[in-house]
Design a protein around this ligand. Sequence first.
Ligand code: ATP
Ligand code: MG
Length: 477
Amino acid sequence: MAESESDISNLFKPIYLKEVDRLKVESQPNPLDDNPYFNTHKQAFYFSETDVVLRQIDNDLSPSPRFAYRRAGPRKLISFDPPNVRAAILTCGGLCPGLNTVIRELVVGLSNLYGVPHIFGITAGYRGFYSADPLPLAPNLVRNWHSVGGTLLQTSRGGFDLLKIVDAIQYRAFNQVYIIGGDGTMRGAVKIFDEIRRRKLNVAVVGIPKTVDNDVGIIDRSFGFQTAVEMAQQAINAAHVEAESAVNGIGLVKLMGRSTGHIALHATLSSRDVDCCLIPELDFYLEGEGGLFQFLNQRLKENGHAVVVVAEGAGQDLIPRTDSQKQGRDESGNMVFLDVGVWLKSELTKWWAREHPGELFTVKYIDPTYMIRAVHANATDNLYCTLLAHSAIHGVMAGYTGFVTGPINGNYAYIPLEDVAHASNPVHTTDHKWSWVRSVTNQPDFVRRFVFSLWMGFEDVWFGALLIAVKLRHGTI
Ligand code: ATP
Ligand code: MG
């Protein structure tokens, strides 16, 4: 083999199909055959069981296994008789641009593609199954929902009572359940799916992952993310204008991202006005050599202003907490985060007064979180939501259950619910995208002190151990 050639024989290692459960019911021809909109050339387009989506397509020479997933899309045979379908749709967790579009497309798709007559909305999240009457939905009702932010079905946290929920599914005779929500919602969906299987019910359960933070693994990205990045830029622009217009002005923007900094990263890369981007995946520190204050001091000297973007989950272990704050949990059991933006603003102000007494200084803090979450989806996300909803419908009608639908390498696939419920999608601070952030911002790498502390010797190992203990306590590792 010539030296310039690479051995790619490893590329041909085995591929494992991640199978999705299927209801064991009799199948019948797909009514799309007779649908004039779908079947324009007298031949509807169907995917077969050999159509799969490959997850790893790069020159993956690592020994890790490779996975394929069933391709999303209509099947020639379906497992439900459309007039007998009773579909339930619910939204759970926080708001995200595109929720209403997914609901709209589920309703319109079920109705127009398959002729399903009985579609219901479960109001206010999981608790709506057992605490309220379902809301009948029809294409006429949801026609304009894609142009409205939030969720017109309402949402909530907590209220997950498995037995009551599955009892309600049985009592209402729902046989298709569409669950739109974040990681917590998906973990709940797995339990519902397991209980439905245990009771041997012919009910299909599908999850549509909603996370504006883009923290779900396996799929390419989550809906609402692009809208969020676009809106985040407006906040960064405003912070930049404020900072530039002040003497020693700092614009500080807090963006969503509890465990991942994708929004902060993408908004930073596309904005070019950001001097420092702080994300949960990267520890930072304020004081001393290579710290944030030293860096900002330098930027203020050079430019007269600076813009800092911080993701909400960044620096949580640096913020002092009272005992009750340490225990703080929301209704769903998630740790309550302290406002890193408010804390950072206060620390910056104290630092400047200490180091530069009498000199002008301004920190303008912008938290656009609720403004971003509440907008309706942009054009790209609206289209994406439509494809997600239709993929979900085709899969459920074909009898697949316990799955999530989403794009993998650009192709829509059916992925086991459990895999998605536990897959995370962190920002990799060792890859090229983060290097690009470093080169755009020139920000410090915030690792020198750690290396220095190891070099300093034994005492600092105790400091390291203490840091790990604090992080464990806060649940950040
Ligand atoms: P967000 O993106 O806003 O965090 P989420 O779906 O993660 O969305 P949560 O409030 O964490 O939002 O959870 C939503 C719903 O899922 C709640 O009703 C909660 O009770 C339920 N839930 C969360 N975790 C679990 C779990 N491990 N098992 C069962 N239900 C859960
Ligand atoms: Mg969550």
